[in-house]
Structures are given as structure tokens and as C-alpha cells.
Design a protein around this ligand. Sequence first.
Ligand code: PEP
Ligand code: MG
Length: 755
Amino acid sequence: MVTAIGGPRILLRQLRETMAEPLGSQERLDKIVDLIAENMRADVCSFYVLRDDSALELFATHGLKPESVHVTTLRLGEGLVGLIAAEAEPLRLTNAPAHPAFAYRPETGEDPYSSFLGVPVLRAGNTLGVLVVQNAEQRIYGEDETEALLTTATILAEMISTSDFDALIKPGSDIDLRRPRTFEGAAFSEGIALGKVVLHDPRVVVTNFVADDTDAEKARLESALRTMQVSIDDMLNSGDMQIASDHRDILESYRMFAHDRGWARRLGEAIDSGLTAEAAVERVQNDTRARMMRQTDPYLRDRLHDLDDLANRLLRILTGNGAGAHGKDMPENAILVARNMGPAELLEYDRTRLRAVVLEDGAATAHVAIVARSVGLVAVGQTNNIVSVCEDGDEIIVDGFTGAVHVRPSPDLEAIYIDKVRLSAKRRAHYAALKDKVPVTRDGVRISLLHNSGLLADMDAIEETGADGFGLFRTELQFMIASKMPRITEQIELYSDAMRRAGGRPIVFRLLDIGGDKVIPYMRSMAEENPAMGWRSLRLALDRPGLLRTQVRALLQAAAGRPLKLLVPMVTETVEFMKVKRFIMREVERLVRLGASVPETLEIGAMIEVPSLLFELDALLPETDFVSIGSNDLIQFLTAADRANPRVSRSYDAIGRPRLRALKTIVDAAREHQRPLTMCGELAGRPIEALALLSVGMTRLSMGASSIGPVKEMILGVDLGPIREAMDAYLEGPGDGTQARAMLTELAAAQRLTF
Ligand code: PEP
Ligand code: MG
């Protein structure tokens, strides 16, 4: 076996000097391939760059014919070079022409070269190019040589992303890294936003690649690994983490990787090849990311994501960069891009600068999406791998109507969207003009439209929509954004402020609905396999009467002398509702005893969101003053499909026949017992689904502020009678139970209604 001259560390030092020399980009590349060839005793060293048209263009070569530079190209997947780029894996061959993927390019004069070693040039897991060495003799390249070439490739990746290669590349093309990308995600919150990417988990930029002292770098790595291990162990052992939530699972898997000798060994080897500790982490992280992007098994992908997160932590320790994007300067039109985040994290950002949020995961009924809607942010989810192709400051367009996200859009596309923004402003103006119109159908059915809210900031929108009041005030949102449990005085102030902003319109305060995906960061929770069906909401409130008592007292005091409506979430059985009612009444009696003033009127309602309640509506309804359906939870439980997991939640149409029958049962019972019934789940906010609700007899709909206009327009244009008749027949009839949406769309179109 031929060994390299001087080894990889000498090569890296030479590369560093070359980078510092005042050379043009082409000259520099030519020198780099010469150095690599000389150092590795290779006859050929070639460097290909991936263009935005998916062609790999030969950018520099030592050994192949110079005329082929910027002439020879291979498509992604074509030839050995194309194969390496497509699979993001190194390839070592002793007899390259015998490989089935070998593609012969006569202009390069490569006939006599038999041995071949090629590696992908990766950045954040994305292929930017390919680096190849070849020899005429049949030679076996060693592991150490592959490692050396990969290390060199790390530096070339940085050069591609920071140098100006536009002048070198085929005119009209660009490097793939800057290619415009489009993602077809799921729309969570309507609107169009143009702005600049802000990564929720900012990438740590490594600037120092070549080590001066390998032993010192190893010591830095060891110490950073120890710091990280200790911090993860501390988090797991801390009092607040005596839980088995998702967070704990993630930390457990961090711990596993953090103590994994294999990972530490690979990092050590990368340092041995001449890199600094941070460059070594980035090198190994690149492989992880490349595997992650190609992994189809969701469990394994998640684990690779965890490993990627861990590498980020390690990079932050090594470079001293702080975590999270909250503190950094945000551009004027910031668009947050994240793998996923909780509602509280979203609310930590400066909302005056934020226009939209884009998530790789998520679902429309997840609370982060609900919060985005409630504060008027455009939101799109399910944009697989978007984080890895975005850089802070990239131009981005988010279309919250179709779910499309365009990263680095072309000027043409941008112009189209600027037009769309104008149009959507017109649409907003059109809806604003409906503000004073009473929502009555053409055949005279008065519908009550109400807002869902939860933050003081989103309440003022009612002045623009002209809605009748607030059908759902999610009190837990304030608890989620606080850094510690709000005291009773703070709660009283909040609820009084909310009533003041409601300006005499009715407001329904829902008692704390925490647990599930609504995590209160400063509160201990419990180990749970299945949190959506676990210790959450009313169950938690009844077990923690102190928490409930403080809230009820605050609400009663805030409403002194005024009407108060309280809504009890997640009622599973009538007896539970009775317990809460007695609890509240005891608090009222206490106030009376103390001679304090009490609310002018008090109404207590139940949420119907657990299917079991459907079978004792006759017992429940007489005990209530009003009821409200939470379709987000009710449908998740009726279909046994997690509302936050799009893989399953999208499989069942929310307005499929079994669900509509369930809703009709509630409507009929509420009518019989003469109890006002509202729908406050996300179903109410989409015109076609709102029409389904009207067709089964509902007349009170509560939704996010931005949905009021489109739903009101539908109401004003519809002749409801014939649609109700068709729905009755459909619900009673046999046949396919999945056709409600198609039927309603057709009936609406016949009435010239378009959604
Ligand atoms: C619901 O479940 O539909 C609901 C309105 O409550 P939340 O989304 O807050 O669980
Ligand atoms: Mg609910």
C-alpha cells in the first residue's frame, strides 16, 4: 500500500495557508487539488461542485485534462461521482471501470486510472460536491485516507458556502446550496408572509478548522464532553425531572449518546486527522445529518435528530455560543423555522417582528398551531427537512393558505407573492367590511359567531370582526408563558383586564386545561405513556384543588358585580362536573360569608370532548347552564387518532358520518334540554366544516379571529334549509360514510358558494 506523504495534518496546514493567500477562487482550487494529489500520492485529484440544475460540474483537477474543467458534468446519480453525491457516502474501489455505475467521459482522459476514492462534500447533511482521488495502479485506499479526504472535504464545504463561485460556474447556473427550494407542507394558520429566516435553534458557525495542537484539541473535546454529560445528568436528576414526559425521553436518549464511546471515538479520529474539536464535531454531525435525511423509519430518524441536537449542544460548549434564538437580534420580518416547538417557546419571541412560523413537524390542532393562529401569525407545518436547507437571513415566503414554503425564492415568484399579499389585504378589507353585517343565512337562521382567545394581545381583534363575544378563553395560555405560577393577584388583574377588553360582550373563561401537550414549564408533571389520555385538565385540577381554588377565587373576584361564565374542560362523567360545580359554589358562599361582592350572575358550563359523555347527556345537561363541544379532543378520541400526529389525524375526515352523527346527538339533546350549545374546536373555523356544523343544527360557532370573515361570508350566502335536509338524509341513510365533504362541496357550489 502506498502511504501518503506527510499525512493529513500536514495537508490541512498547507490548505490553511492556501486559504490565506491572496488568490482568485479558481487559482486557489487548482492549488488545493495539486496539494491533495501530492499529499496522497494520487495521480488524479478532482473536485466537482453540485449546481442548482442537479449537475455536478468539474471545478478543478490535477491529472485529468485541464480542458475538461467547467466542461465535464455528471448528473446526480450518474457515474461514480453522481452516485457518491446522491448517497452522500464515500466510495473506495480498486477497479473503478468495472463498477456498474462507472460512466466514461472521453474528454477527461481518465482511461488509465483504475483505483478510485471519492467522498461527498457535505454541509448540514446536504451534498454540495464530490472530491475524488485516482491512481493508475490497482491500489487499496486505506481507512485513514478516506478519513483524510473527508476532513479535506469539510474545509472545501466551507469554501463553497463562503466563496463567490458564481463567476466560475456555467453562466446561468448557481451552486446547489443557494438553490431555491419549495416545501409542500400543511397550512396551520392563514395568511402570506415574506421575510427572513430565523432559525429557532441557530446553527453554530465553525470558523476555525485546522488544529495547531491536536493534543490540546483532544483535551478541549474531552472537557466539553464531560461538561455536557454532567449537564444532562443534572437535568435528569433534578427535582423537576422526576417525570417520564417526552422531554425526559429525549434527555435519556441524549444521555445514551453522550456516554457513547463510539461517538466519542469518531470525534477523536476526526481530530487526529488535523481538525479542531469543533470542526471534528461538525464533520461527524454531517454524516449524522446525511443519514437522517435518508432515513425513512420515523423512530430511527428521531434518534438521529436527537444525536444532531446533541452535536449542537457540544458545538455551543466548544465555541461558547449561547443556545436559542430568543435573545438574538431579529430582523423586521422574521420567519421562525424550527423542527418543532411548544406554544410557550413560540410566545417567548418578540411578536412585533415575527411574521410566520414554519415547523418540520406539528399538526393543525397542536397547541403551537392554535397559539400561532391566536396571535395572528402565519403558520405552516410538516415541511420535512426544511431546517437543514435554511440559513439565518435567507429570504423565505410562507403561504399559509396552501401550505407551500419557498426558501430563497426567485424574483418572479417573489413578485407573484407580493401580488398575492395585495390580494389578501384586499380580502381582509373585504372581510372587514362585513364587520357590521349580522350573520344570518339567506333563509333567516341567525348564527352567533364568537372568538377563541387566551391572550390579552389577541382580544382586541374583536373590534375588527364584529363577533358577538368570546366563546372560549383558554386561561392556561397565560400560565404557559409565565416563568412561574401566576399569583392570585396577577390572575385577578388578568381576568379583569380580559373582561374590560371584552367591552361588555360575553366571555367564557375555561378553567385551567393543562397537561397533554400544554406543558407548564415550572410545574412538575407525572410519568405518562399516553399524556393526551392521562393526568391532564380537569383530572389534574381535581387532584390539585389548591391550583383550582386559586383560579376560581381570582375569577370570582375579578367578576364582582358582573356576569361570569365558567367552562369546565375534559369532563368525562357527570359526577365530575357536579364536583367542580359544588367546589365553585362553596367559593361563592365563602365570599358571601365574608361580605365580599360576588358576580352578578354565574353560569357554569361543561365541555363535551370526551366521548363517554355522549352516553349520559340526559344526566349532564340539566346540571349545566351551557355546553361547548371541543372538537379537537372529541374527534381525536372518537377516531383514536392523536390530534398532534398528522400521520394518523389526517387519515379520518373530521366530518365523516360517524363524527357528524355524534355531533347531531349532542345538538338534539341540547335542544331538548334547552341548553345553549357552542362549537369551540378548530372545526368551527373552516367554512366547509362550519357548514357541516350548521347542517347538523349548530348555531353558535367559536373560532380564531382570522376565521370569522370567511365563515361569516359563507353564512351570508347560504340557503341552509336544503342543505340541512340533504344532511339529515345522509346521516340516516346507508352507503358510504366518507362522502359528507364531497356532498357539502357540491351543494355549496350549486348555491354559488366557493371556499
Ligand atoms: C378542543 O379540544 O377542541 C378544545 C377547544 O380545547 P383544546 O384545543 O384547548 O384542547
Ligand atoms: Mg380540548
